[in-house]
Design a protein around this ligand. Structure first.
Ligand SMILES: *Cc1c(COP(=O)(O)O)cnc(C)c1O
Length: 322
């Protein structure tokens, strides 16, 4: 076990852009999302909500007995760094919680700019949900001064679901020491201790560790820069298709390179469209929650290729014409 953990930690550090601690969790990322609150927020967190996943984090903080506040923008919009600055001037917060890539709306929030704002406010931690960006869109934990950055492995890292990873800063671990009731399974201090010994905290999902060692080699071979460029190409191609036939739901300049949210301007029957595509061997998603039928989402992350995307776009055109 120690050998595999030792083999995967350097690759994960590279993807996170950190020299620091990386935690492994045999849970999906929602576990670490809860852990981020239980470890790093005693009372007040500021949530930057641009869609359903950001909202889930805020609600989760409430369910943990905290008193979260939020900056909320209409779906399709991105969080403005100035608004974060203003909120941090007005109120006292222990942490800012940012969904880097809002999978529900296909919006990528300006991580670098928001991080720069948070770093100007001493004592405030920056926690980032990078679930649908890590491995597809650059995330620079050390360069941006991110304190907690978690991701599932089933999105842009293209592994089976049920495992997640998290980069934590010394500041975050220091904060955790002062927060009571961290629990056991998602206690960052226990998890960091285990990581330092290259050991799992409890019985880990061994199959995920084995698969991750292989997948990190695939990512290494492609190279991170090329991987990001491939995602950018796929994003651009899908946006071009969507803009010609429908509209883009994400505000211009903030469109995601891992998932495109298409505005259903032609009022097609989205569920039926998805069913017909499934018959051709392709899977896309309906809009998330209240965006169902109003939008549909095309995922282009992980090991998908531009050729694969072209085949999907052609199939969608054929279904639309039929
Ligand atoms: C999928 C997703 C989650 C939830 O991750 P799980 O692995 O299902 O726990 C959280 N945030 C974002 C942005 C996501 O895309």
């Amino acid at each position: 076990m120690t050998r595999i953990v030792q083999a995967i930690l350097p690759g994960l550090r590279q993807i996170f852009g950190t020299q620091g601690t990386v935690l492994l969790s045999s849970s999906s990322a929602s576990g670490l999302m809860e852990g981020s609150i239980r470890n790093c927020v005693a009372q007040r967190s500021l949530h930057l909500v641009a869609g359903a996943f950001g909202d889930r984090w805020r609600k989760l903080a409430e369910e943990c007995g905290r008193e979260p506040d939020a900056i909320e923008v209409p779906p399709g919009e991105a969080i403005a760094p100035e608004a974060v600055d203003e909120a941090l001037r007005r109120g006292r917060f222990e942490a800012v919680c940012l969904t880097h890539n809002e999978t529900a709306t296909g919006v990528t929030n300006p991580l670098r700019e928001i991080a720069a704002v948070v770093r100007r406010h001493e004592g405030v931690l920056l926690m980032v949900d990078a679930v649908s960006s890590l491995g597809g869109i650059p995330v620079e934990v050390d360069a941006h001064g991110i304190d907690v950055c978690f991701a599932s492995v089933q999105k842009a890292l293209a592994l089976p679901p049920g495992f997640s990873v998290c980069a934590v800063s010394e500041r975050a671990l220091q904060k955790a020491r002062s927060v009571k009731g961290r629990g056991y399974y998602f206690d960052f201090l226990h998890l960091a201790e285990a990581s330092a010994k290259a050991q799992p905290l409890a019985t880990p999902s061994v199959s995920h560790l084995v698969a991750m060692e292989a997948q990190l080699q695939v990512i290494q071979r492609e190279g991170l820069e090329r991987r990001y460029a491939r995602h950018a190409q796929m994003g651009e191609r899908v946006r071009g298709w969507a803009a010609e036939r429908f509209g883009l739901f994400a505000r211009k300049g903030h469109e995601s390179n891992t998932v495109t949210c298409v505005a259903n301007t032609r009022k097609i029957d989205v569920a039926g469209f998805i069913e017909k595509l499934k018959g051709r061997g392709f899977q896309i998603s309906n809009g998330y929650s209240e965006l169902k039928e109003k939008t549909f989402r095309i995922g282009h992350m992980g090991e998908h290729t531009l050729e694969g995307v072209e085949a999907l776009l052609q199939a969608m055109d054929e279904v639309l014409a039929s």
